[in-house]
Design a protein around this ligand. Structure first.
Ligand code: ZN
Length: 99
């Protein structure tokens, strides 16, 4: 099984277009406030097919509509999603696990 990659030669046509969209949004709209820019890279997950921004702090931002949104993972139950998909107590804790 292949791992996540930052090697653009592993990106297909579709993934390169997604990477371009991420860069366009980063230039035009900026990163989400919470996303720290140190070590920002574009990464592709060959299993999910998702291309996303990540950084030295293991934060993840994805394209959602015409914006970049934080994509969170709950450290307790492993739930994943944006603020629109799920309610979050804090950066790595979903609202269900906070109760
Ligand atoms: Zn949780």
């Amino acid at each position: 099984m292949r791992e996540n990659t930052q090697d653009l030669s592993d990106f297909g046509y579709r993934e390169r277009k997604q990477a371009r969209d991420l860069l366009d949004l980063m230039i035009e709209e900026g990163l989400p406030d919470e996303f720290m820019d140190a070590g920002t890279t574009i990464e592709f997950n060959p299993h999910s097919g998702i291309v996303f921004l990540t950084n030295d702090h293991y934060q993840v931002a994805i394209k959602s509509g015409e914006e970049l949104k934080m994509f969170r993972t709950c450290r307790i139950c492993g739930a994943e999603g944006t603020e629109e998909d799920l309610e979050w107590e804090s950066e790595h804790l979903c609202a269900n696990c906070a109760e």
